[in-house]
Design a protein around this ligand. Sequence first.
Ligand SMILES: *Cc1c(COP(=O)(O)O)cnc(C)c1O
Length: 813
Amino acid sequence: MSVHIHNIIPAMHSRFEGVQSNMEIDNVSIDSRSLQNNAGTLFFALQGQNRDGHQYISSLINKGVVNFVVSHIPADVVDKANFFVVGNTLTALQDFALYYRKLYSFPVVAITGSNGKTIVKEWLNYLLSPDYTIIRSPKSYNSQVGVALSIIGINERHNLGIFEAGISTTSEMEKLEPIIRPDIGILTNIGSAHDEGFAHREEKIAEKLKLFAHVRLLILQKNTEVEALLNPLIKTFTWGNEADVDVLINTKHSGSNTVISATYNKETFEVTIPFTDDASVENAINCLMLLLYFDYNPAIIAARMAGLYPVELRLQVKNGINGCTIIDDSFSSDYQSLKIALDFLEQHKTHQKKTVILSDVFQSGFDADVLYAKVAKLLASHGISQLIGIGEKISRMLADYPNFHGYKTTQEFLSHYKANAFENETILVKGARSFRFDEIVVYLEEKTHETVLEINLNAIIHNLNFYKSRLKPETKIMVMVKAFGYGSGSYEIAKALSHQKVDYLGVAFADEGISLRNAGINTPIIVMNPESSAFAAMAAYNLEPEIYSAKELRAFIAVAQQKNLSNYPIHLKLDTGMHRLGFEGYQLDELIDLLKNNNLVSVASIFSHLSSSDVPEFKEFTLAQIEKFESWSTAIIQALEINPIRHILNTSGIYHYPEAQYNMVRLGIGLYGVGNDETERKSLENVGTLKTIILQIKEISAGESIGYSRRFRTDEPITIATLPIGYADGIPRRWGNETGYVLIKGKKAQITGTISMDMMMVNITGIDCKEGDTAIIFGKDPSVVTIAKALGTIPYEILTGISQRVKRVFYKE
Ligand SMILES: *Cc1c(COP(=O)(O)O)cnc(C)c1O
C-alpha cells in the first residue's frame, strides 16, 4: 500500500493538524500492541467499550508512529505528530477503506448468511487459487472493523477478491456494501444467529440482502422467502432439488463422502466431497455454483472439490513439550494471516524466546524475492529469535535470516527433529495445508490423554462486556481468578483480560498471585485469604492483602515496617452479614485507631461480600447488608479522611443490585459463562467445554450388566461406549447410574452403571458413531448448570472440581 496523506484528508472528511504533510502511508493499524507500528503507519484511535486508542498515542509516538486518526488531540501530544481529526474514528476507518477500494477494479465476491461464511470463503480461496491471485478477509474478519481492515489488505497484484460480511443489527450492512462493493454475491443461509438484533426475520433477511444491492449475480439456495424480498433486477443463480432452479442438485452419502449430482444446462455431472454433514454439503454446493458461473468444466470442478478439507478457524494455544507453548495455525500460509498470527503470538507468548515454524508463503501476488523480503522484515520486527523454514522456496529465500534452519519438506524436518530441540519457548506453527504441519503439532504437543477442557477466550470477553454493559462506564472491575480461574486456568484468563481494562484480579491465596506475577501479569492483585506467613512474599510480589481483622492488620503493619514499605495498598473487608471474614461494626473503632496517622499502609479499598445476592427471597437481607456497608464504610472514610474504592457486588449482585455498584464490582462465575439467574444466563456465552473421546465400543446382550457392582443390567441388547474420563477427573459419581448423559454426535448418550475412577460407560444405542469420536461431557449441553441442578449442588463446585490433570486448551475465534 502506498497512499499519500493529501488524498486521505478529504477522503476521511478530516481536519489535518500536522507537523509533516508530505508523507506516504504504507500500513494501517488499530492495535497499539502491533509491532508493525512505525513511520509509515496510519493509526486509528478507535474507541471501544474497554479501550480507547487515544490513550496509546504518546507511547506510539515514541515508537516512531507519525500519523494518527483521532476524534480529539490529547493534550500531551499536541504538535508532536500528524493528526487527522474526525467526528468518529470508526467511520473514518471505513471512509479510508472506501477510498482505498475505489483505487482497484477487479471482480469481488461477497459472502453473507448466518452460517458458513468463513468456510465458503476459505474453500473458494482454495478452489480458485490455482488461477487467481486472491485477496480475502483474513480468518473471520467480517465486522464493521474487520471488513475495512480486509479491504485495506488489497494490493496491485490481486485480481480477485473474496470477502465476507457479518451483521448483528440493522443498518450495518449499508455501511459494508460500498466498502466491499461486490460484483457477485453468495448467500449461504439464513439461520437464527443474531436474531435478537432484529425486530423480525424479514428485517434480518432484508438487511443481509443490502450487501447485494449492486451485484450482477447472486448465488443462493432456492428460497421463496428470500426471493420475495430481493430486488427483482438482481439476477439470481439458484440451486436446489426442485424443477425451477438453475442448477438441480441431488446428494447421497457414500461412507464418509457425499456424492453431489448437479444438472446444469441439461448436462449432469457428479462431484464427491469428503464430508457428510448438511452444513458442509451446503457450503460445498455454494462453492460449486461459483465455479460453474466462472465456467470451470465438470472434470476440474470434481478434481478440486475432492480435496476440500475441514477449515480450522481458530488459532489454538496448546501446551507443548519441555515447557513450550504451541500456537497452532497449521492451515494457511499467506502474508495477511502471518501478520495476524504474529500479533497473536505476541499477545499469547509465555516465554521471551519466540520460534516460528513457517512453510512457503503463498498468494501474495508479489515476486518471490519481494515477498520473502517482506516476510523477513515482518518476522524481524516481531523479534523472532529462531526461524524454521519448510519448503523449496522459503528454505532458499530466507537462508540469511539469523538463526535460520531450512528444510525442503515437512518429512525432512520431522526426520531431523529431536524432542529436546525446543525448550521453554513459544512456537508458532504456521503452514499451508499442503505441508501437513498438523503432523509437526502432534510431535510438539504435550502428550496427555484425550480429555480436554476447551476454554473459549472470546466468550470470556463477551461475558465481561455483558456485565460491563450493565454498569456505569467509570465503575472499576475486579475479576476473580481464584481457584485456577474457577477451574478454567487463571494465568491464561488473566492474560486474555490484560487488554480489557480490568482493574484488579482477585485470588484466594498468595501462591496463586505469585504464579500470576511469575507469568508476567502486571494487573493489581488482591489476595482474599492472606495468611500472615505469606505477607513478606506478598510484598515482594506486589500483591495486596485483604485485611479482615485487627490481629491480621497488626501483623501486616509489622511486616511493612520491617520491609520499609510506605503506603502499601490494603483492602478492608467488612462483615455485613456473610459471617465468614471481616470487621464487624463494633470493631471499627479499633480498626480506625490502628490506621490513623499510619503511613505504612494505605486503604486502597473497603469492601464487603453479599451472602445471598442470587436468592430473591433474601432481598431484604441483602439490602440490609448494603445499608450496613454504606454506613460502616462511610464512618471509616470520614474518620480517616480518605477516598478509597468501595465494592460489594459479586456476579449476581451486579445483575440484581446494580444501584449498589459503588466504584467497583467483583465479577466471578458470570465471566465463566454461568449466571445464577435464568434470564441472565441467556445473555452469556458458554466458556468451558469438557471433551473426551470414545475409547471402545461394545455390543451388550440383554441380561448383561455394566460396570462395578453390577448396578446396571440391560433387559435389551444395547451398544455402549467407554470414555476415558471418571471421578478422578472431577466428574461427580452421582452423575452416573442413568442420571446423567454426555453428548455424542449431537445426541444424548446416557451414562450407564457407575462412573469409575478414570472411565465411564455410556449408552450409544442408535447413535451413529465410532471409536475415536468426540464425547462432550459438559459445555452448551449438558451445561454445568444442568449437571449441578440434577445433583443438588452449584455450578461453582462442578467447575472448580475438574481435576488439574485435565488438559486445558485455550482458543480464540
Ligand atoms: C468469589 C468471590 C466473589 C465472586 O463471586 P461470584 O458469585 O463468582 O461472582 C466476589 N467476592 C468475593 C469476596 C469472593 O470470594
